[in-house]
Design a protein around this ligand. Structure first.
Ligand code: PMP
Length: 359
């Protein structure tokens, strides 16, 4: 067996011990004589897995008891709609910080439900920086939406804005559990699992209890947070196996020392790559220094004609999925929690060698 270093933006690299454990438990989950894939979601076997997975996430992110944890389906994309459906109640308006394609898609969904104020944007420079945020909201809104990490452009917010009583909603799809965030600064956090937490098909929602129970009467049941809170994420058949795998990822993360420890490692990994980019005239980072995230690192080759040979040679060296998103071009290295330091070191060594050969 030979495994590559996978720099995919998502679905993405898994911690190897998790894959091994899932494989070992595939046919017989802990003496139950069946796979997690075969369990009823109403069985004690599964409800124990669900409770354990939730408890681990609560510990890892220090989520207070007045927040509910939901494991839903439909991806972060469905949250783009559920957030306005459930939260736009008084002002029927959401305030959005536009830092890239995912923020724009969130706004487009919200506009179908109510009004949207774009309170800041970095669209003028292809989202390669984080815009200054206003001190106060220009118009009253039911919530403020922020994309904490911009998967395509590589920018990330570390400090959250505060707008009095207006709850902050965070799309944390691409950096949940990678650095310490204070959950109490948010009213709601959502994230697709497929980068730092598990397989696609699972969406995590962390929601303050005061934001639950306000969806309009005619809301389809699956789009109403209250339905999922009441049923403990089991109103219909939940993504059982994905929840189990997320539980294994959370267990692994606890073994690594939790979020503060993984943040330290993530900072080392990002610095290793950014140091090379900043010291080279052959490669160039696209994101302004103070606005760089730890998870997705876009970079360009000075000579675009070398993009193809770079990707080919990288793949030959076992470094895969480095092609940048079409809206930025060049390369993007996604280095989520499960990417080991050795993977980033291998990439940096390869880039130095490539520059020696082609530079
Ligand atoms: N938000 C962000 C920041 C993302 O990176 C993505 C997916 N890459 C999404 C939302 C959409 O997530 P999903 O595919 O789970 O619907």
């Amino acid at each position: 067996m030979s495994r590559v270093f996978n720099f995919s933006a998502g679905p993405s690299v898994f911690p190897e011990p998790v894959l091994e454990k899932a494989a070992a438990e595939m046919l017989d989950y802990r003496g139950q004589g069946m796979s997690v894939l075969e369990m009823s979601h109403r069985s004690k076997m599964f409800t124990d897995i669900l409770a354990d997975t939730k408890a681990r996430l609560r510990r890892l992110m220090a989520i207070p008891e007045d927040y509910h944890i939901l494991f839903l389906q439909g991806g972060a994309f469905t949250q783009f709609a559920m957030v306005p459906i459930n939260l736009m109640r008084r002002h029927r308006r959401g305030a959005y910080i536009n830092t890239g394609s995912w923020s724009k898609k969130a706004m487009a969904e919200a506009k179908k439900i109510g009004a949207v104020s774009e309170i800041a944007s970095s669209a003028d420079s292809n989202f390669n920086y984080l815009p200054d945020l206003p001190d106060a909201l220009p118009e009253p809104a039911d919530y403020v939406h922020i994309t904490t990490n911009n998967t395509i452009y590589g920018t990330a917010f570390s400090n959250m804005p505060a707008y009095g009583d207006t709850p902050l909603v965070g799309d944390m799809s691409s950096n949940i559990l990678s650095q310490v965030y204070d959950v109490t600064q948010f009213g709601l956090i959502y994230a697709g699992a497929q980068k730092n937490a598990g397989p696609s098909g699972l969406t995590m929602v962390i929601i303050h209890k005061d934001l639950v129970g306000h969806a309009p009467e005619n809301t389809p049941v699956m789009l109403d947070y209250q339905v999922h809170v009441k049923a403990d994420s089991c109103h219909n058949t939940p993504p059982c196996y994905a929840i189990y795998l997320a539980g294994l990822v959370f267990e692994w993360l606890e073994d690594q020392g939790g979020v503060p420890a993984i943040e330290t490692r993530n900072r080392k990994k990002a610095a290793l790559l950014y140091d090379l980019l900043d010291s080279s005239s052959f490669f160039r980072a696209t994101v302004a220094k103070p606005h760089r995230g730890l998870m997705n690192i876009p970079f360009l080759l000075a000579d675009e004609a070398l993009n193809k040979p770079f990707l080919t040679k990288a793949a030959e060296a076992g470094l895969v999925n480095l092609k940048g998103h079409r809206s930025v071009g060049g390369m993007r290295a996604s280095i989520y929690n499960a990417m080991p330091l050795a993977g980033v070191q291998a990439l940096v060594d390869f880039m130095k060698e490539f520059e020696r050969t082609y530079g």
